[in-house]
Design a protein. Sequence first.
Length: 176
Amino acid sequence: MSGLTHFNAAGEAQMVDVGDKPATLRVAVAEGWIRMRPDTLARIVAGAHDKGDVLGVARVAGIMGAKRTADLVPLCHPLSLTQVTIDLDPHPQQSAVHCRARVATRGATGVEMEALCAVQVALLTIYDMCKAVDRAMTIEGVRLLEKQGGRSGHWLADEPQGPSASNRCAHPPKSP
């Protein structure tokens, strides 16, 4: 099990001991997309959805998701987060909403899982609020974009491909 820190020598699951690691600034950025029918996106953008401000509710849900990650992912450490930002940007040309989450803490372990969880919960909230009009929505491309801090230092995902390659956090999902 070499390299997989969530397993002990016997192959049993364990929570990694971070007690001896110094508390440093840790930041993670993640992204994802939810693709939908054009009329569903138009409703969201116009604020004409029966359930209210879809993007506003999804933003709050993403923040809550980051804060509750340790309750959902069994071996994650509970962290005191210092910042969570959720950006939700409609892209009519792709008939999709892009979500970008940035999470920060000062601690002994990173916040990658919190950023990824924030994106998923925000996108799932959009799905939940819009499923009555569009059950075929798909969540795509959820990934870590950047990680800063800790022993491994600064990490960036590979540059995106496609028409929005100049904006590393807003490339569209592949067309069906």
